[in-house]
Design a protein. Structure first.
Lengths: 254, 255
């Protein structure tokens, strides 16, 4: 176990040392590369003046708001389409023709309708999050053990109770999985929108660092964005295993 | 049974048509300012006009080219690297964890670095798209190589097959379902990154076209561009799943 961990660390640590030594020995003046120590220093400074923290707050707030809005729409539609088969068949062409639109393509529309800022970013993130949650929660509702539905019928549960007491709990592990995937997408889309056009958040921060010819700061932002992505993924994965245990793995689509 | 399916399909189209009619109604009644929301008639007219004078066709081809070249480079490099890493146990334990660490990185964050390295050029777009599209294929190949039935390796050993022959004749084939689903995922990624790169670098393509249309408040052109991007997404995904079904026919027939 420990040996495996050392092996895993060997490559990144080795690369960092080589990069540091090389950068020190040739004294690079590059717009794109900086010695790792300078990157770390830039990261600390950015933490010190708070700029990276407020950028992180902007990005995460937009990503989270978009995830909540898109997730709610996707979940509602997914459960509705999963329960009522005829509705699902009727909506098929509409959904399949909206789904392939790349979320980033909505950027110009959101830009002229809403202008720069949180709102347009939230709308685009929400659009991107609707589809995975819709598809996965629809599949989750459909794969519920039919006997559970029979039980709810035998108990004469009202439709509202049936959804609240039987369908949502039974589909919850897979719905959580859908939210985990969508959270990753939300972060990616938020950063992408910021890099492409929106002047707030981490994406704008990294673009400004690039345009100011500060490779150290730019790479510090890149490192920080990577860490956030990793932490988000690892945290949600741990939460999934903690909350649902083996049930979560049963829902894993591979 | 088949009739019922066709009827449902027709009803489904009717619902979509109804929604488009609703869109037309909203646009006609000017419930939303026509600056933001052109009716489907105007978007359609813009689409026809764009294709008849050739601009939209050029832009579409531009986007398809960016997307396809990046995806091609990513496929070749991703599968080759994946085969290299996946076929050796040492490489797997040294390299794979770093790759797993890099995977959740929002790939668009590499764009500023690519701009600093290459400038606002086609090369930058190629690098970014290839970098973004490589992950699903690379990880799928590594995973697929790791999941090869061990007895197949024993067979290869007893047949005295060389390492290259093992890779090409056994591991790649047995990993192909994983690899192809990775390739399909990458296709979506490369379309998104192509649009982003065109927006940022002003490269000739639909991404740049929709941004220019938005800046000039030519909303019918903008919607025409977005519709075309949706069509590209749909058609490429469809083509990929057809290729998948054809290439993997041996799997279903074998069982």
């Amino acid at each position: 176990m420990n040996a495996e961990r050392l092996k895993a660390l060997a490559l990144p640590v080795g690369l960092l040392i080589v990069l540091e030594l090389w950068a020190r020995s040739v004294d690079i003046h590059s717009d794109a590369l900086a010695p790792p120590s300078a990157v770390l220093l830039a990261l600390f400074n950015a933490f010190g003046d708070g700029s990276i923290l407020s950028a992180t707050r902007d990005t995460l707030a937009s990503a989270f708001a978009g995830l909540v809005v898109g997730g709610a729409i996707g979940l509602f539609l997914g459960i509705a389409l999963g329960i009522f088969q005829p509705l699902d068949r009727l909506m098929e062409v509409t959904i399949e023709s909206l789904r392939p639109i790349p979320s980033i393509a909505l950027l110009p529309i959101a830009l002229i309708a809403l202008g720069f800022g949180y709102r347009m970013e939230i709308v685009i993130v929400a659009f991107a999050c609707v589809w995975p949650i819709l598809i996965l929660s629809r599949a989750a509702v459909r794969s519920i053990e039919p006997r559970l539905i029979e039980v709810s019928r035998a108990l004469r549960l009202s439709p509202g109770d049936r959804i609240r007491k039987i369908i949502i709990p039974a589909a919850l592990p897979r719905i959580f999985l859908a939210f985990r995937l969508a959270a990753g997408i939300a972060l990616i889309v938020a950063v992408t929108v910021e890099i492409a056009i929106n002047p707030i958040g981490l994406g704008a921060g990294i673009m400004i660092a690039q345009q100011a010819l500060r490779p150290d700061l730019m790479l510090a932002y890149l490192l920080w964005i990577g860490l956030i992505g990793y932490a988000l993924n690892a945290g949600l994965l741990a939460a999934q295993q903690h909350l649902f245990g083996p049930a979560a793995l049963a829902g894993e689509v591979r | 049974m088949n009739w019922a399916l066709t009827l449902w399909r027709l009803a489904s189209f009717a619902v979509a048509a109804g929604l488009i009619a609703l869109w037309q109604l909203i646009a006609n009644l000017k419930l939303v300012s026509p600056v933001f929301l052109p009716g489907p008639d105007r978007a359609w007219a813009a689409l026809i006009r764009g294709f008849s004078n050739g601009t939209l066709l050029d832009k579409t081809i531009g986007t398809l080219e960016h997307m396809f070249y990046g995806w091609l480079v990513a496929s070749v490099v991703g599968i080759a690297l994946g085969a290299m890493i996946g076929s050796s146990k040492a490489m797997r334990s040294y390299v794979a964890p770093s790759l797993e660490f890099l995977r959740p990185l929002p790939v668009s964050a590499i764009i500023p670095v690519a701009i600093a390295l290459f400038g606002l050029t086609q090369g930058m777009a190629l690098f970014v798209i290839a970098f973004g599209a490589i992950w699903p294929m690379l990880l799928a190949t590594i995973h697929g190589f790791g999941a090869v039935e061990p007895r197949l390796y024993e067979v290869a050993r007893s047949l005295h097959m060389s390492r290259l022959a093992v890779i090409f004749k056994i591991a790649l084939l047995s990993a192909s379902p994983d690899i192809i689903s990775g390739m399909r995922l990458s296709l979506t990624v490369s379309l998104i990154l192509a649009v982003v790169c065109e927006i940022l670098a002003g490269l000739d393509g639909l991404g740049h076209w929709v941004l220019l249309s938005a800046r000039a408040f030519r909303s019918p052109d903008l919607f025409a561009g977005v519709i075309l991007l949706g069509v590209i997404g749909y058609v490429t995904a469809l083509a990929m799943s057809m290729v998948e079904a054809r290439l993997l026919r041996w799997r279903t027939s074998g069982h």
